[in-house]
Design a protein around this ligand. Structure first.
Ligand SMILES: [Mn+2]
Length: 295
């Protein structure tokens, strides 16, 4: 058969990119869907997040007004989904770690789409082994610092406690935590950036000063205000706006090297379709910042 690939759409391909912009070998970015929600306790359904984000991404404009260019020149390849392990959160974390490690070994930039927040641990662990002078920036309404929850140390409420055992973590957008988590923060002298006065005047320089040279970003979509991001498992009022998040991410990209990121906790059944598009656009904008802004 003659080559008709240019006539065919690419189902399951982030941003609907044609093969010349999404071939695995030549792409620096790999989008890794992880449809897992084995430990969520209230609204489950984040397993449908990756598919919803990718389907919404077909409607993205490749051209970005802010950066003045199309953002796919580094190549963006979308991988098949990681098969969930449903009976053991720890085994699932190990599976994500193995996948992330192989991608980093091939010098790929990981963009992981969740799925619940627990999946971040595997990719953070792989990054700590690859990059020196490394830390994590977490955008989230919740600290996720419980030592264990519902019988596991690897659930989404514990993910940043596990990450902190590996590397420094800067938490931004926090507006809910348990007493146990507050006491842990006090005992470790951690300083999360808490949203508590409606001003949302988060100091970019304070946040950036707390980060290492190489930064992995984990975005729990509930960091956004529920008025623009209702489709999450555990919504929390008083969140950041779209421009708050973008201006922070751009400022980080200007001063630090972003080495990978994930976007988690989209629960498409809980909100309008605009939430999936917002998540897709945030993914695309952060790819753009990571490759075309600053360092
Ligand atoms: Mn979270």
């Amino acid at each position: 058969m003659s080559d008709i690939s240019h006539l065919l759409s690419q189902p399951g391909n982030f941003a609907g990119l044609p093969s010349q912009h999404s071939d695995y070998k030549s792409s620096r970015v790999t989008v890794l869907p992880v449809p897992y929600d084995g430990t969520t306790e209230w609204h489950s359904g984040t397993r449908n997040g990756p598919r919803a984000i990718i389907e919404a991404s077909y409607y993205l404009e490749w051209y970005d007004i802010e950066l003045g260019k199309e953002l796919h020149s580094m190549g963006i390849h979308t991988l098949p989904s990681i098969e969930p392990v449903m009976d053991s959160p720890e085994a699932m974390a190990e599976r994500v770690y193995s996948a992330a490690k192989s991608l980093l070994d091939e010098n790929k930039f990981i963009v992981m789409l969740g799925g619940e927040h627990s999946i971040s641990y595997g990719s953070i662990k792989a990054c700590t082994q690859k990059f020196a002078d490394f830390s994590v920036l977490q955008l989230d309404a919740h600290t996720d610092l419980r030592d264990q929850y519902l019988g596991t140390k690897f659930g989404h409420g514990c993910v940043m406690r596990r990450a902190l055992e590996l590397c420094p973590v800067t938490q931004v957008g926090i507006r809910s935590m348990s007493l146990e988590e507050q006491e842990f923060i006090n005992s470790r002298h951690l300083s999360p950036f808490i949203v508590d006065d409606n001003s949302l005047n988060l100091s970019h320089s304070d946040i950036i000063d707390s980060l290492s040279k190489n930064v992995y970003i984990t975005i729990d979509l509930d960091v956004l205000d529920p008025s623009i991001m209702a489709a999450v498992g555990t919504p929390e009022p008083g969140g950041l706006g779209w421009n708050d998040v973008l201006s922070l991410l751009r400022a980080v990209a200007e001063k630090r090297k972003i080495v990978g990121f994930d976007l988690v906790e989209l629960c498409p059944d809980q909100g309008p379709a605009s939430c999936s598009f917002t998540a897709a656009k945030l993914t695309y904008k952060l790819i753009g910042y990571s490759f075309f802004v600053g360092m």
